[in-house]
Ligand binder design. Structure first.
Ligand code: ACO
Length: 465
């Protein structure tokens, strides 16, 4: 191992030791045993406390500040694993043997290569788009390719499309109201392909998961490049998933330290229980829509500033504060205006988020050689202390994953508008693992809303209103 990356591993091991001293790993009985449906639970607004499903993929203990993927502690995975290995673990439930890991890497290399999708993506004004909107668009363009070409050899191919407008994307079906489709497929009307579309079991389903995980990272790379006015670049088959992500976004080969830090960031964002974006993805999957639409829904939900979008907001917040000396005044004003402090608080964690325990020392490590990161970190630390003293431990408002991740990403030269996109790239492993698992015992999600409106109103014609 490279000398500097060993130092990073040592930092994680230190954070692990501290976390284990300060927290105890005790599962919550009601949240760690098989559910006997119908389940009794107390549900608050925003479905707080509701049990949506069982899962063996991962567990979050919010009282203790504990995050588990398939039985493995996040600290151990960050210290010893890689994103590729963690993806295999999340999807298959066990750590891979060498040939299994090498096969996964081979598939990732193959699926990162998306020239047609990137070409289609470039027909949109990506440079003016929100990066998450562009990522979602790219994911749906991947669907176009995958469902028609990769999964259904006998079906119509993109090459078979007859174009009346070279700049348009091929249409799946004839658009309603148009006299003729922009692209029409020669041959028979397409049948729903097996595997990818129907469910996600078996080899075909797994291939779709790998396609999403690898492909979405490649789309993110293209989005970053297009936003900066550059052409997307091809992935490098000799780089890891983390290394490729940096390379495809920046066009620059990462240093071993950058690659290792990105790898850790990818691992610790890979899964996180039944959060809003995972739930959104599951709701879509439960209708037997397909994995691309489901992951697209996850991307859309993650974008919000109350969820994954907070990492970008944290950076703007620190910039707005400007100096550690301004923290008190800024905080008091924010409280008076009843503003939420970005990067603090969590629906589940009422203890220090274990992911922030890992990201904080990484931010410190990178700040040693990065003035801007050092400046932001100084403000962040003063604000953290201010929040802790103002709210007190009993309120359970601690830094969450998004608080220090922005400083880390910034030190890796990732622009702020890509922070949430990088988060989404990591989360594809958790989304796909949970979709695959849920579809094995699928039941469509369909909660009820309580009607609090009126009845018996008489319809008034327009002219009498
Ligand atoms: N700043 C100030 N007060 C807060 C914060 C915060 N960041 N978070 C929670 N609180 C307070 C609320 O004002 C509320 O106080 P009250 O009871 O006096 O009204 C109480 O704590 C409960 O907060 P809710 O917003 O009801 O908690 P909820 O579980 O609905 O929301 C959330 C959780 C959205 C994460 C919230 O803490 C928040 O808005 N944080 C800031 C945004 C953020 O950092 N999001 C990223 C979360 S991590 C992730 O999604 C990847």
């Amino acid at each position: 191992m490279h000398e500097d990356t060993q130092e990073i591993t040592d930092l994680i091991l230190e954070a692990t030791a501290l976390a284990r001293k300060e927290t105890s790993a005790e599962p919550e009985p009601d949240l760690t045993r098989a559910v006997r449906w119908p389940v009794e639970c107390t549900v608050g607004p925003g479905l707080e406390g509701a049990i949506a499903c069982e899962s063996k993929v991962g567990y979050v203990n919010g009282t203790k500040g504990w995050l588990i993927y398939r039985g493995y502690d996040i600290f151990d995975l960050c210290a010893h694993s890689s994103y590729e290995e963690t993806s295999y673990l999340l999807l298959k439930g066990k750590l891979p043997l060498p040939p299994q890991l090498s096969s996964l890497k081979h598939r990732f290399t193959e699926y990162r290569h998306l020239p047609d999708v990137k070409r289609l993506l470039m027909s949109f004004p990506v440079e003016k788009m929100n990066s998450m909107a562009a990522l979602r668009l790219g994911t749906n363009l991947m669907r176009q390719k995958q469902t028609y070409r990769d999964q259904n050899a006998s079906g119509p191919h993109l090459e078979d499309a007859t174009s009346t407008d070279e700049d348009s994307i091929p249409m799946e079906t004839q658009p309603r109201g148009e006299r003729s489709a922009v692209y029409e497929f020669r041959g028979k009307r397409h049948q729903r392909p097996k595997g990818v579309e129907r469910g996600l079991r078996g080899a075909e389903g797994l291939a779709s998961c790998y396609h999403i995980i690898a492909g979405v990272s490649s789309i993110a790379g293209a989005v970053a490049r297009l936003r900066e006015g550059h052409l997307p670049i091809e992935p490098d088959p000799n780089l890891s998933h983390a290394g490729n992500l940096i390379y495809m976004m920046s066009g620059r080969k990462p240093t071993p330290v950058e690659e290792r830090v990105m790898d850790i960031a990818l691992i610790l964002h890979a899964d996180h229980g039944m959060n809003a974006s995972t739930f959104a993805a599951l709701v879509v999957a439960s209708t037997l829509s397909d994995i691309y639409f489901s992951v697209g829904a996850g991307i859309a939900a993650l974008n919000g500033p109350l969820h994954g979008g907070a990492n970008e907001q944290v950076l703007y917040q620190l910039e707005e504060i400007g100096s550690p000396d301004n923290v008190d005044e800024w905080f008091d004003a924010a409280r008076r205006q009843k503003r939420k402090i970005a990067g603090f608080g969590h629906r589940v964690y009422k203890a220090y988020d274990p992911r922030a325990r890992i990201l904080k020392p990484l931010a410190h490590y990178l700040a040693r050689t990065n003035d801007r990161a050092r400046h932001l970190l100084e403000i962040a630390e003063v604000l953290e202390k201010k929040v802790a003293t103002s709210f007190g431990d009993e309120r359970g408002i601690f830094p969450n994953v998004d608080y220090y991740s922005g400083i880390v990403y910034g030190a890796l030269n990732i622009p702020p508008y890509m922070f949430t996109t990088v988060f989404a790239v990591s989360r594809t492993a958790g989304w796909t693992a949970r979709l695959r698992e849920y579809l094995r015992k699928n039941r469509i999600f369909r909660p009820r809303g309580v009607y609090t409106g009126t009845f018996d109103r008489e319809y008034t014609p327009m002219e009498d209103r």
